[in-house]
Design a protein around this ligand. Structure first.
Ligand code: FMN
Length: 395
């Protein structure tokens, strides 16, 4: 099938950014290469990373006319929480390396937009720092480390700041091979020349260095300070993750989680209909169809392609969210048409906060909201909750 051209490819960066793609280009300029690649890259040959985008683009919407679209509703609920539009900000580790105290900035932008921010275990800002900056509850994403007492401690901190929902990420028992990170020295084994290159790279990005390397300290994992003696961001990240994360976690561990957490639980990283059925049978409140933005197992289906079979398998028992490759309101409408209740976006907020701080995130959320509104208007649908497969050509 013919691919549509990437609409933002040739835009001059001297113009005001108008799309998520423009923010990607701004982030590319602003961030040291090592950090841009960390955000932008995927695993292995990055085929799933591309497929997340390509398969979304291949879906065709039906253009419907003469249907009175003067009144529109974009709001919805996810696990009982009101959202002003069906979009959430996905957990992104190392956020605070992209902009000064980025998780705080992003949580504030989410609150202003009336949506939810999901804070990663591997955030730079601690849960308490984020909680002080916002009124509305945000969500917390948990990775289970070998030392369970660390997770138990974290869960009690999450409760203490009033988070309502825990996202348990289940697609990272071991970390995917991320070759861009390896080449740039984040995967360890970097030579003396490599270290010099890194320093040069940082020096070539003085506004980032001022804002983050100097102004954004402490650059430690704020949520892990009690569990790891210095919580320092390790140079060899891939090896560190493999050493710390618990690869022995199974479905039975959901009982352990339940015994420590009585709020809502969403499982993130479901890509297979059998796993989706198991999740529903185990009593979680929602699943997030995700392949970690193409950063874990490569050569797996894109999330938009996996979504319909999972929605059918769940058959309305629990809510199904989805992420991976969502870059516009068009994409959100497509995912909702295939049965997602809402979508998470990862890289879009990461690019935006890196490029322009929280104002960038405000803007990206306005862009996506407007795109959803226009897409609904042109498909003749006035309420995001009415979207279903009939909005698509060849669903
Ligand atoms: C730089 C980066 C870091 C991420 N870190 C985490 C993380 O700490 N925890 C997690 O559950 N998912 C993490 N993810 C995956 C996202 O939550 C989300 O699934 C993915 O970004 C969605 O794809 P998208 O970036 O195309 O929107 C990360 C993704 C990126 C791009």
């Amino acid at each position: 099938m013919n691919r549509m051209p990437t609409p933002h490819k040739d835009h001059s960066l001297n113009l005001a950014p108008a799309s998520v793609g423009d923010y990607r280009e701004l982030a590319r300029k602003r961030l040291p290469r090592q950090l841009f690649d960390y955000v932008d890259g995927g695993s292995f040959g990055e085929y799933t990373l591309s497929a997340n985008r390509d398969d979304l683009r291949d879906i065709r919407l039906r253009q419907r006319v003469l249907r009175d679209v003067s009144e529109m509703s974009l709001s919805t609920t996810v696990m009982g929480q009101e959202l002003s539009m069906p979009v959430l900000l996905a957990p992104v580790g190392f956020g605070g390396m992209l902009a000064r105290r980025a998780e705080v900035q992003v949580a504030r932008a989410a609150e202003r937009a009336g949506i939810v921010f999901c804070e990663s275990t591997l955030s730079i800002c601690a849960i308490e720092e984020v909680a002080q900056a916002v009124q509305r509850p945000f969500w917390f994403q948990l990775y289970v480390m070998k030392d369970r007492s660390y997770a138990e401690d974290l869960i009690s901190r999450v409760k203490a700041v009033g988070c309502t929902t825990l996202i348990l990420t289940v697609d990272l028992p071991v970390i995917g091979r991320r070759y861009r990170d390896g080449r740039n020295g984040l995967g360890g084994g970097i030579s003396a020349i490599g270290i010099m290159k890194q320093k040069l790279d940082f020096a070539r990005h003085p506004s980032w260095a001022r804002d983050v390397a100097l102004g954004g300290r402490p650059l430690t994992f704020g949520n892990l300070e009690r569990a790891l003696p210095d919580a320092k961001v390790p140079q060899d990240f891939q090896r560190w993750v493999d050493g710390q994360f618990d690869p022995s976690v199974t479905w039975d561990d959901l009982e352990w989680l339940r015994s420590h957490w009585d709020g809502k639980i969403a499982l993130k990283g479901i890509l297979d209909a059998d796993d989706a059925r198991e999740a529903a049978a185990r009593g979680v409140d929602a699943i997030i169809v995700s392949n970690h933005g193409g950063r874990q197992l490569d050569d797996v289906p894109s999330t938009i392609r996996a979504l319909p079979a999972i929605v059918d398998a769940i058959d309305g028992r629990i809510e199904v969210l989805m992420d991976g490759g969502i870059r516009s309101g068009l994409d959100v409408v497509k995912a909702l048409s295939l049965g997602a209740r809402a979508c998470l976006v990862g890289r879009p907020w990461a690019y935006a906060v890196a490029a322009r701080g929280e104002k960038g995130v405000d803007h990206v959320l306005r862009i996506i909201r407007e795109e959803i509104r226009v897409t609904l208007g042109l498909t003749g649908i006035t309420n995001v909750r009415d979207l279903n497969r009939s909005a698509l050509v060849d669903p």
